[in-house]
Design a protein around this ligand. Structure first.
Ligand code: AMP
Ligand code: MN
Ligand code: MN
Ligand code: MN
Length: 299
């Protein structure tokens, strides 16, 4: 039953405890909770506005939106797209107030196809290090027919006893520069930003502090992203270092990029939950929810 209580409008500035999380995953990609269960988890945590941003898909959005509406919450359609920039795997969150349309629709189909061929290549490489029938084992870990990701292969490596845990699986075999880190299937950053713009969406650079870039290289990435038509970056992503967060705020201010915030929540029981993230740094970055396209979401 719809709740009658209207939501208070979002403020013009970053603030702790806005009940707002614009980056989360469900079982439509590598998250542990179904879109409905994730929405319930948001509700339990006081997150009243959120975006479901599964990797390279909007498949879970309709279910989350239906359930959110029934609870008096707002769910913004979204997706986290895998891209390449100068050989580095970069993630872009698409906030999609109008849903997926235009060039983003074939774009997402191409991403799904890229995941299929990439999974075959990852499997081939992991078989060389002793994981027999790697593709079938990853599929078993996924537990559904959704596109596979590296976490499925990480779980398969753990289940086969080749590594003790997920972090080790990434450290030895799947993380950046390791044999199972196959990125060449992803489109260039600027192309993905174009798809998002064609879908009337807002392109948000995901977790700018998680690519292990120097300040200077991060500046170059932000410049490229802005030039391609990107409009915002995640000022806050989960738990981050306060000093580096302030430095990032300065970089966004200098480029007139808006700021977003999200937990990047994947599964319960870890250090993250819906709406859980570091406090915003003192800054004059414009919150992405002030974007005209998000006026209804923020009102
Ligand atoms: P993929 O989308 O296939 O490239 O897989 C990337 C996903 O793997 C990320 O979104 C995380 O959910 C997960 N991941 C990346 N690095 C690690 C790590 N070191 N430990 C555990 N999970 C990770
Ligand atoms: Mn993930
Ligand atoms: Mn990401
Ligand atoms: Mn994510």
């Amino acid at each position: 039953m719809p709740m009658s209580q209207p939501l208070p409008p979002l403020p013009d500035t970053f603030d702790a405890d806005l009940g707002l999380d614009l980056h989360m995953h469900s079982t439509a990609s590598d998250g542990a909770l179904s879109p409905q269960a994730l929405t319930d988890a948001c509700h339990a945590k006081g997150v009243t506005r959120f975006s479901l941003t599964d990797h390279d898909t909007v498949a879970g959005v309709a279910e989350a939106q239906r359930h959110a509406e029934s609870l008096g919450m707002r769910c913004l359609a979204g997706s986290e797209l895998s891209t390449l920039w100068r050989g580095i795997g970069i993630h872009v969150v698409a906030l999609l107030p109008e849903g997926a349309s235009g060039a983003l629709v074939p774009g997402l189909e191409a991403q799904a196809q890229a995941r299929v061929s990439r999974a075959q290549e990852i499997a081939r490489r992991l078989e060389k290090i002793g994981l027999e029938d790697a593709l079938a084992r990853a599929r078993e870990q996924a537990g559904s027919e959704r596109p596979l990701g590296r976490p499925d292969f990480a779980k398969a490596l753990v289940a086969a006893g080749l590594v003790p845990d997920m972090p080790t699986a990434f450290k030895k075999y799947l993380g950046a520069g390791k044999p199972g880190d196959v990125k060449t299937h992803w489109p260039y950053l600027s192309e993905v930003v174009e798809w998002i713009r064609d879908s009337q969406g807002i392109a948000v650079l995901a977790h700018p502090l998680r690519y292990r870039l120097t300040h200077r290289k991060r500046s170059q990435l932000l410049d490229s992203f802005r030039e391609a038509g990107g409009e915002a970056a995640e000022l806050i992503s989960g738990h981050q270092n306060a000093d580096v967060g302030r430095d990032l705020a300065r970089q966004l201010e200098a480029r007139d990029l808006m700021g977003s915030q999200g937990s990047d929540f994947h599964y319960p029981g870890g250090p993250l939950a819906p709406g859980v993230m570091s406090a915003p740094p003192r800054c004059s970055v414009t919150p992405v929810w002030r974007h005209p396209k998000l006026a209804r979401f923020a009102a």
